[in-house]
Design a protein around this ligand. Structure first.
Ligand SMILES: *Cc1c(COP(=O)(O)O)cnc(C)c1O
Length: 458
């Protein structure tokens, strides 16, 4: 098909929008390893998770067999407010690069939360409401997930308690105010409202908090407040399931216009957007029906896939959560202070970890100055100001397109543009002022994090 036959922006018709999520685990021969209890090392059962998560979400978490799961009507209705999202043919970027490659991106930033996280937030809020719960708790770092969950909870009239890492609460007031506008109760973490928060404040006076600590507080608040459960915005199987809407829409748009990607690229923090984008393509690959190159892009300063170990580890620094088998840098790993580009999580989705271990996908890392250079180049020609996280995928999409320029190959590249960067302008400022630096941890630096990985022999 020649270039001009594909519209610049492909939107699906309402009747073409997927009505079911796709569970890639159903097609995996080697299933992702189950979450285990840190004390007994036994796989967590439904009852073990019930005090923490909503019942239906636990079922989805444990379901490795059901291929298609209906999207509830109420969730579909909410999706209509900002979906389908466009698959954009990046003609201006292609021209600027002078590449024979065709580049497409799936844009998930066109909603107030500014990222793909709303796709799972609305599903999670729906199941909490359906169970008759009063509210949910969560943690947020920079604030994308907290914002998405606040929006979803306000839609279903649920209470939403967000524990926000104190340094972000104080230094990044904008997302905090978006959350409060949607009715969320936002508490800087560590706080004096939980036992673990009091303990951390007593042991480390003046601490500005961490994501691990905020998770511990949110889980405690959920389990100690009647009618509340805890919700998490990435990493878990259920989150990848909800995010499959990204890939299903992309696949449908590709099929409609005869586009067959050679390469699919996504940034990877906990793995939810990438897992969602690739889901139906990976399904074809697993069933032997088609082949695609799939590339995860992570920051060089937080390289879980490319330099981490595939092992059981705690999902949080506070060790209150279960253990997951994943590529991990160790739950004590903290990326260097100059890290501006998001994707800071020490671990990775166990589904993607298994697929990576089995050779179904590749991973590369990118340094943040080159990521911001790609972000700037993209913004100037395609117009959208990308989130730093998304810009990792842009970096590698550009690199792959430039390789095609050398070889003359007319490959088709699709990448996930997960969100917009309006709240990340401090990082852009550092880049524009020439003050942004790169940091690649040495093997000795990583060894400290690896030392925190428990040796459970599984
Ligand atoms: C949270 C976030 C990510 C990374 O999370 P994943 O779970 O790996 O998808 C990427 N991009 C944006 C814009 C985000 O908000």
């Amino acid at each position: 098909m020649s270039k001009c036959e594909v519209p610049y922006k492909i939107y699906l018709e309402e009747s073409e929008v997927p009505k079911e999520w796709y569970n890639v685990r159903a097609d995996m021969k080697n299933k992702p390893a189950p979450l285990i209890h840190p004390g007994t090392l036994q796989p967590l059962k439904f009852e073990d998770m019930q005090p923490i998560f909503c019942d239906e979400l636990i079922r989805q978490e444990l379901d490795n067999e059901t291929r298609l799961i209906p999207i509830p009507d109420e969730v579909q209705n909410f999706y209509k407010m900002y979906r389908p999202s466009p698959l954009v043919h990046a003609v201006f970027l292609e021209k600027a690069l002078g590449t024979p490659a065709r580049i497409f991106y799936k844009f998930e930033g066109n909603n107030t939360s500014g990222s793909h996280k709303l796709n799972s937030a609305i599903a999670q809020a729906y199941y909490a409401k359906k169970q008759g719960l009063k509210g949910v708790t969560t943690e947020t770092g920079a604030g994308q997930w907290g914002t998405a969950l606040s929006m979803a909870c306000s839609y279903f009239d649920l209470d939403c308690k967000v524990y926000m890492v104190k340094v972000s609460y104080e230094q990044k007031p904008f997302r905090r105010e978006v959350m409060r506008t949607y009715g969320a109760d936002v508490t800087p973490s560590p706080s004096m409202t939980t036992e673990i928060g009091k303990k951390i404040n007593a042991e480390h006076p003046g601490t500005t908090g961490s994501l691990g600590c905020a998770i511990s507080e949110a889980v405690e608040a959920a389990t100690s407040t009647p009618g509340y459960r805890y919700e998490l915005g990435s990493v878990l199987n259920q989150v990848l399931l909800h995010q499959s809407i990204i890939g299903l829409e992309t696949k449908k748009a590709c099929d409609k216009y005869g586009i067959k990607p050679d390469v699919i690229i996504g940034c990877a923090g906990g793995g939810s957007n990438l897992g969602g984008l690739i889901a139906p393509f990976m399904g074809e690959k697993l069933r032997g029906e088609a082949d695609y190159r799939i590339i995860a892009v992570e920051p060089a300063s937080c390289p879980s896939f490319t330099r981490g170990k595939f092992a059981y580890d705690f999902c949080d620094t506070g060790r209150v959560c279960p253990m997951a088998k994943m590529y991990t840098l160790g739950h004590d790993f903290i990326p260097s202070a100059n890290h501006a580009g998001g994707l800071r999580y020490h671990g990775m989705s166990s589904t993607l970890s298994q697929l990576y271990a089995d050779g179904y996908m590749e991973a590369v890392s990118a340094e943040q100055t080159s990521v911001f250079a790609a972000a700037e180049q993209f913004a100037r020609v395609e117009g959208i100001l990308p989130a730093p996280e998304s810009s990792h995928a842009i970096r590698v999409a550009i690199d792959e397109a430039l390789k095609c320029k050398e070889t003359g190959e007319e490959k088709t590249i699709i990448f996930g543009l997960t969100g917009t960067g309006y709240f990340d302008l401090k990082a852009y400022e550092a880049y524009n002022d020439g003050k942004m630096t790169d940091y690649i941890p040495s093997d000795e630096d990583l060894a400290k994090g690896f030392a925190s990985i428990p040796n459970v022999g599984l």
